[in-house]
Design a protein around this ligand. Structure first.
Ligand code: GSH
Length: 204
């Protein structure tokens, strides 16, 4: 399988963490692509022009990090998506999926805000930037590590990737100052080898 990704993408990072946690590194080859300079190539893989994209050995393609992560979890026999059956741990499953949606939503707002700030100053929308900023700060306020799962799920992975992305692209937010509990939780989570091995970096 080929995982088209980029070391700067917080969405691809979730999948790259799962690849490492489930020892799938020998069956999943990571291919770096740049969505800016290789946008035509990326659109051939995913009509939306976004990464990550997973291409299976038979040539079929899976898009969107949530779908890719669930496929990798199933392939590797993981437990990052609790309660796959409606008869078991149903609440755990929806909690994990909702936490993932919140972590991904922070990334959506952060990525959109970065794209907006790269536009020529006269074309930037202060209202849009304010909206993205509010989405990030309000979401951080509701993230309470006391409610996180004891066994790591896709939800905690998504939140950790979001916080890592804020450090990487929006360090001026200094999110730790207002969220000491989240800071303490992240400090421990960030020590996982799979987190260290997927630290965000700009694609050169
Ligand atoms: N919902 C998608 C979001 C993916 C996404 O926004 N990826 C960004 C990179 S961080 C991208 O490919 N952006 C290229 C573009 O929008 O042109 C997912 O979870 O996979």
């Amino acid at each position: 399988m080929k995982l088209y990704s980029n070391p700067a993408s917080p969405f691809a990072r979730k999948a790259r963490i799962i690849v490492r946690e489930l020892n799938l590194t020998k069956v999943v080859e990571e291919v770096n692509v740049d969505t800016r300079s290789q946008s035509d190539e990326v659109r051939k893989l995913n009509p939306l022009g976004k990464i990550p994209v997973l291409v299976l050995n038979d040539g079929s393609t899976i898009i969107d990090s949530r779908v890719i992560c669930e496929y990798l979890n199933e392939t590797g026999g993981g437990k990052f998506f609790p309660g796959m059956s409606i008869w078991r741990e149903v609440s755990g499953r929806w909690k994990a999926m909702t936490l993932q949606a919140l972590g991904d939503g922070i990334c959506d707002a952060a990525v959109a805000s970065i794209y907006e700030s790269r536009r020529p100053p006269e074309q930037q929308s202060p209202a849009a930037l304010e909206k993205y900023g509010k989405a990030i700060t309000t979401s951080l306020e509701v993230l309470a590590p006391a409610n996180f799962a004891k066994t790591i799920t896709i939800g905690e992975i998504a939140v950790a990737c979001a916080l890592g992305y804020l450090d990487f692209r929006l360090p001026q937010l200094t999110w730790r100052e207002n969220h000491p509990k989240l800071r303490d939780w992240y400090e421990i989570f960030a020590q996982y080898p799979s987190m260290k091995d997927t630290w965000p970096a700009a694609l050169s």
